[in-house]
Write a protein that binds this ligand. Structure first.
Ligand SMILES: Nc1ncnc2c1ncn2[C@@H]1O[C@H](COP(=O)(O)OP(=O)(O)OP(=O)(O)O)[C@@H](O)[C@H]1O
Ligand SMILES: [Mg+2]
Length: 435
């Protein structure tokens, strides 16, 4: 089977675009790795470098532990499936799937067996005589998959294979693709900008932004302990609530998180209190996902926030309430996501990276290194008070569908402090550690 290792892989196109910036990523044998990120973040470029269709500007690609930068695509035993995978319109479905086998010189009999196997696995055995023009989008994509699988590659590279399909079909094929690749035991590198695909299909997810790896881990890890503010907001619906908080330590009692008009207390016996306590007298970002917030009676003891309902959003199975709690929002936009400042190449390398950056900055490194350091210069997520308006936070809270509440009404919200997330002003997770 196959492993992939990318070591400090950088791609700068001739136009000067830095598409991939010192990427380090390992894909284990048989693993389903999803590359997730917004449009233009460099996902396809990574895939094309693994396939050998694009040369890295620097760094190394290893396939099965062997240095593969110079290996031609045909010697890589990879199969690619694209979003707009073109089938041969004049060939039947069966001949389309058999095409790579014909090129490989297999006999008609062997080809027939392999095609039947694959068509059976994909549930398209009754379509073998049809032409692609008479298939639905989902069926066409299955044929494309079939043509990729039939070669029995060691490595699948899939670039948004489902993005042209409607929602129902996507959900169905999602399950099929991940089921099939696991059954075959084929290592898979799957590109998408859809967080649902990433979280449902992946063994591990690698999240990229502007060519830089932000975080990598199992779906539970990247969702539950996002390494940066960027990852925190990219994953999860509704988006994680991000509030500005001033930190005050009351030794041996708690750490007070002053959110403006209200204060939350992180008990001293919470393991993270000390890490957060280092920011005594400073501002940090407190992240709260909707699942950490539960509507409650106004006089409930414990950590409760009070707010006024601004508006409601009905989603059928639930309604979202947006509350004004007198706190300041932290907006993660293009300018402010300083997540790059501390982007984690690999969890655990994080502190090391910081030290390297500090040393590089001090010693006045030149050329390539200096450019790279500059592009990762931390920016504060807290707006400069002279130049920006402070935006008041609207806390998103889940309610039962169509609740009997109306705008203007006061609501009390119980907060699970153990489910809070903390980030520093550069967008890096504060309570970092091995997970
Ligand atoms: N052949 C090329 N020449 C110059 N620039 C390129 C080339 N291919 C890609 N780029 C640029 O490199 C960056 C990364 O592109 P890439 O296609 O890898 O993004 P992506 O994450 O796959 O985006 P999408 O989700 O839109 O497919 C973009 O800024 C893109 O414009
Ligand atoms: Mg792409």
């Amino acid at each position: 089977m196959a492993t992939v290792a990318l070591k400090d892989v950088t791609k700068v196109f001739r136009t000067g675009t830095l598409a991939v910036d010192r990427l380090n990523l390992d894909v284990n044998d048989g693993e389903f790795m999803v590359l997730l990120g917004p449009s233009g973040c460099g996902k396809s470029t990574v895939l094309r470098m693994v396939a050998g269709l694009e040369d890295p500007t620097s760094g190394a690609v290893f396939l099965n532990g062997e240095f593969a930068n110079d290996l031609p695509p045909r010697d890589r035993s990879v199969a690619m499936v694209f979003q707009d995978f073109a089938l041969y319109p004049h060939l039947s479905v069966g001949d389309n799937i058999a095409f790579p086998l014909r090129l490989a010189g297999l006999t008609a009999e062997r080809r027939g067996e392999r095609v039947a196997d694959v068509a059976g696995a994909l549930g398209i055995d009754d379509l073998l005589d049809r032409r692609p023009g008479r298939l639905s989008g989902g069926q066409r994509q299955r044929v494309a998959m079939g043509r990729a699988i039939v070669r029995r590659p060691e490595l699948f590279l899939m670039d948004e294979p489902l993005s042209n399909l409607d929602t129902g079909l996507r959900a169905e094929l999602r399950a099929e693709i991940s089921g099939l690749t696991r059954e075959l035991g084929v290592t898979t590198l799957y590109v998408t900008h859809d967080q649902t695909e990433a979280l449902t299909m992946a063994d591990r997810v690698a999240i990229m932004r502007k060519g830089i790896l932000q975080d990598v881990g199992t779906p539970t890890q990247v969702y539950g302990r996002p390494a940066t503010l960027y990852v925190a907001t990219f994953l999860g619906t509704p988006r994680m609530n991000l509030l500005e908080a001033a930190v005050h330590v009351h030794l041996d009692q708690h750490v007070a998180l002053n959110l403006g008009e209200q204060t939350l207390h992180l008990p001293w016996d919470d393991m993270r209190a000390r890490a957060v306590g280092h920011y005594h007298g400073e501002r940090i970002v407190v992240g709260m996902r909707a699942e950490a917030l539960t509507p409650t009676a106004p006089n409930t003891p414990g950590p409760v926030l009070h707010g006024q309902l601004r508006h409601l959003e009905h989603h059928g199975h639930e309604s979202l309430a947006f509350l004004d709690i007198g706190a300041t929002a932290v907006v993660v936009d293009e300018a402010a996501v300083a997540a790059d400042g501390g982007a984690v190449r690999q969890r655990g390398l994080r502190q090391f990276g910081r030290v390297v950056r500090r040393i590089a900055g001090r010693s006045g490194a030149v050329g390539e290194e200096q450019r790279a350091v500059a592009s990762r210069t931390p920016v504060s997520v807290f707006p400069d008070p002279g130049r920006h308006h402070r935006r008041s936070a609207e806390l998103a809270v889940r309610l039962a569908p169509y609740p009997a509440v109306s705008p203007g009404q006061k609501l009390a919200i119980q907060v699970r402090t153990d489910a809070l997330h903390f980030f520093d002003e550069h967008g890096d997770r504060i309570d970092v550690g091995w997970r």
